[in-house]
Design a protein around this ligand. Structure first.
Ligand code: COA
Ligand code: MG
Length: 304
């Protein structure tokens, strides 16, 4: 199968974006699972088997997923995904078995700590070709970041690749960020921007930003979410329901930007058709040409 690498620069502006707030729920906690229908404004929930679940509760977490999915998948009315343990962990065989045994399909498979293309190939081989999984991978180490392009190439050949999440806390530990990274996370700028850039080489592959673990600090969350959105991320991992509305808003276009986009597209079409112009002045002082047209279309795509 041919790699789905895009050749045309800026082509990502055509994609629609479904995951803004990506809410992780420890699958071992049945009470938290039953609360999910009340969080109506998140696009996507991820039932976790990995680091949100204690070692002693892995099996309970798998059993909860088997029970929860058939009961809730059709009524929850948003994406329900599963995060398995990493391929290099001792839990992976039991997690793969769970996926094979599930009677319900999951919307997307989230795979943490993907460090090499061998891990991607191993997983594809284990899951078999009969079920084509949507896939989101986590980049959480120096090795993963260095090899991200080849990892995503392999993932896009073997799965329906849909995104990469920046696993900031594991990454910080791996590269030796001294102690806890700062509130502004300036130590992680290179990694975040590299992930956005690499994701843009692939079709329909969302860059999903780091978690904000100080979940009671909603101002800090808002700031970091707006920064991530400005840098090109299209969603963010969240761990607490209070974080959801802030992240959803930060990754959704504002009403003024929607208005700007609609007016710009109308003006572009008018100038192109009636005057044969590809560049013109918009709202008195901005030069408009193709890149801004793509940006405007991107904004409208994000409202779908
Ligand atoms: N999913 C679903 N429900 C959640 C939730 C989540 N991620 N986080 C909190 N809730 C629920 C709580 O159960 C609580 O419900 P209640 O009012 O019926 O008791 C309510 O939302 C308010 O939660 P709160 O009491 O403020 O927090 P908590 O002490 O119960 O939980 C955390 C705090 C951080 C432990 C919890 O948010 C959590 O487990 N988050 C996910 C962690 C995770 O997945 N980590 C790995 C990925 S980085
Ligand atoms: Mg992690």
């Amino acid at each position: 199968m041919a790699a789905k690498i895009l050749r045309q620069a800026g082509a990502y502006y055509g994609q629609s974006l479904s995951r803004r707030a990506v809410l992780t729920v420890p699958s071992s906690d049945w009470k938290k699972l039953t609360k999910l229908p009340t969080f109506t404004n998140t696009d996507c929930v991820v039932l976790d088997l990995e680091d949100g679940v204690a070692e002693s509760a892995k099996q309970i977490a798998r059993e909860n997923i088997s029970r929860y999915l058939p009961e809730s998948a059709s009524t929850l009315n948003r994406e329900i995904c599963v995060r398995i343990n990493s391929v290099s962990s001792k839990y992976i065989n039991d997690d793969v078995q769970l996926l094979k045994d599930l009677s319900t399909t999951i919307d997307c498979l989230f795979v943490p700590k993907v460090d090499s293309i061998d891990e991607v190939k191993w997983l594809a081989d284990q899951l078999g070709v009969n079920r084509q999984y949507n896939l989101v991978v986590y980049c959480e180490s120096a090795r993963s970041l260095a090899d991200l392009r080849s990892i995503l190439t392999s993932a896009s050949n073997l799965f329906s690749l849909q995104g990469a999440v920046f696993g900031s806390d594991d990454f910080s530990a791996d590269v030796g960020v001294n102690g806890r990274y700062s509130l502004e996370a300036s130590e992680l700028t290179y990694a975040r921007q590299k992930i956005v850039t690499i994701c843009r080489l692939f079709e329909n592959t969302q860059p999903i930003d780091m978690v904000y673990i100080n979940f009671k600090d909603l101002d800090g969350l808002k700031k970091q979410s707006e920064q991530g959105a400005a840098w090109g991320f299209t969603g963010k991992q969240v761990i607490h329901p209070q974080q959801v509305p802030i992240v959803q808003t930060a990754f959704s276009p504002s009403s003024s930007s929607i208005k700007w986009a609609k007016e710009l597209i109308d003006a572009y079409e008018k100038h192109e058709k009636e005057e044969g112009k590809g560049a013109f002045t918009f709202r008195g002082n901005t030069m408009v040409d193709k890149p801004l047209l793509r940006k405007a279309r991107h904004i409208l795509n994000m409202t779908r």
